[in-house]
Design a protein around this ligand. Structure first.
Ligand code: SF4
Length: 448
């Protein structure tokens, strides 16, 4: 009987995609997927350390597995991967006796080898080496859950060292994947019937192909745009300081590139942005938003925001609120600052905004953002929008959901067979986190 694996993923899309890759590697090694601890022979916990709370989840989860082991006498092999594994390495073993393998972010491909070794090893195994390599990955191996959309990594790591950010320490320095390999993976996704791709990297618009000196991110977008069968292209995340005129003109020229940009700003105060080492000011960001909206009317913007960064005054926070009001983002990921290990902010700046004040600020910001989203969605009432269907409810298969090119979530009744197809939907009801409507025409293979 095949051994079973369970992978639990915390954190960003990059982690989700790493889990898809690990699933493919384990299946190649003869494992089968399961979705419960009860019959898992191997539990992989793919961790995130971008926020303190995400990191805490690892130890909570290990506690659950320990409970299971003492109740049933079954103890699955446990592998900890991802950013916490990279950051803490062998220290994880001192905190939990349950862990058999600690595997760093640049060693994903070694998972089956370590699993094989761990079955006979006397001691837990730790591999957090950071070799310099191009982030290649064998084609055809990734086990993708989503039948409609596929992630494609184009860059691993980051060299920017924003002062709050742990990514350069956990994912290493920036490494670009070859253009030819990216295009082949996109072709493979198209051949498997997927309609949408999402290019992933810490700063996607810093891409420079290692195998083609003439190909930057704009060139890569044009190359994947040419792949027949791919109808939508998204990417995350661009950095404001790399949004060149050439980049904006490329978005204008390529209709398959979605009319949505996730453009992290982090704060509305230039003083705080400088302390964060973001290398753009509030004014730069607002000017860029104007330029984008002039070039791409109707483009929807989302962002990341941090409140309570060291030294953030009430005036700085007000600047975050006024920037939020000025831009009117369609969505926002907002977080309370927490010092992350090794980062410049943790080493050099006092975490001087009280927890209570951080909570107050995030509640004010989130309430304002929610109201803006509700207003933007209400303005779309009565419009007919083109939706790529990506979800059908398991229990009620006639309840469908999908996204517009601008990334608005649209819920509507239909047929589960429409998954992966485009449907025009007239919006009849709206809320802060999505809209509801009725199909206004037949489902079709290509955008309406
Ligand atoms: S650009 Fe800044 S926030 Fe983004 S991954 Fe790099 S260091 Fe982190």
């Amino acid at each position: 009987m095949a051994r079973k694996y369970l992978i639990e993923t915390y954190g960003c899309q990059m982690n989700v995609h790493d889990s898809e890759r690990m699933a493919g590697l384990l299946e190649q090694a003869g494992f089968e997927a399961t979705d419960t601890d009860d019959d898992a022979d191997l539990v992989v916990i793919n961790t995130c350390s971008v926020r303190e709370r995400a990191e805490e989840k690892l130890y909570t989860r290990l506690g659950d597995i320990k409970g299971l082991a003492s109740r049933t006498g079954r103890a699955p092999m446990v592998a900890v991967t991802g950013c916490v594994a990279q950051q803490e390495g062998g220290q994880i073993l001192a905190k939990s006796k349950l862990v058999d393998i600690v595997l760093g972010t640049q060693r994903v491909k070694m998972l089956p080898v370590l699993v094989a070794q761990a079955t006979t090893a006397d001691e837990p195994l730790v591999d957090i080496a950071t070799p310099y390599d191009e982030p290649t990955f064998p084609l055809g191996l990734t086990r993708r859950e989503d039948p409609v959309k596929g992630y494609v990594t184009i860059i691993e790591g980051c060299n920017d060292y924003c002062t709050y950010c742990v990514v350069p320490y956990t994912r290493g320095h920036e490494r670009m994947r070859a253009r030819a390999e990216i295009v082949r993976e996109v072709e493979e996704l198209a051949a498997s019937g997927r309609r949408e791709i999402q290019l992933l990297g810490q700063i996607v618009n810093h891409y420079q192909a290692p195998d083609d000196p003439a190909c930057d991110f704009a060139g890569l977008l044009a190359a994947v745009h040419d792949v027949p069968g791919i109808e939508r292209i998204r990417f995350a995340s661009p950095h404001p300081r790399h949004c060149s005129d050439r980049f904006i003109e490329t978005l204008q020229r390529l209709p398959k590139v979605c009319r949505h940009l996730h453009l992290p700003v982090q704060s509305g105060s230039s003083r705080i942005l400088k302390a964060m080492r973001r290398r753009h000011t509030r004014e730069d960001y607002l000017a860029l938003v104007d330029k984008l909206r002039a070039a791409l009317p109707g483009i929807q913007l989302s962002t990341d925001m941090i409140v309570g960064f060291p030294g953030e005054t009430v005036q700085d926070f007000d600047a975050t609120l006024t920037l939020t009001e000025a831009v009117r983002f369609h969505s926002m990921f907002s977080f309370k600052y927490s010092p992350r290990p090794n980062t410049l902010a943790a080493r050099r700046l006092a975490d001087d905004v009280t927890e209570e004040e951080k909570t107050r600020r995030i509640m004010v910001l989130q309430a304002r953002q929610k109201a803006i989203q509700a207003e933007l969605h209400a303005a779309a009432m009565g419009r007919t929008v083109d939706v790529l269907v990506d979800t059908s409810s398991r229990r009620r298969p006639w309840e469908l959901a999908g996204r517009t090119s601008g990334n608005t979530v649209v819920n509507f009744p239909g047929d589960a067979a429409w998954l992966g197809r485009f449907v025009p939907v007239t919006i009849e009801r709206t809320g802060a986190f999505g809209v509801w409507g009725q199909p206004a025409g037949p489902a079709q293979e290509r955008p309406c």
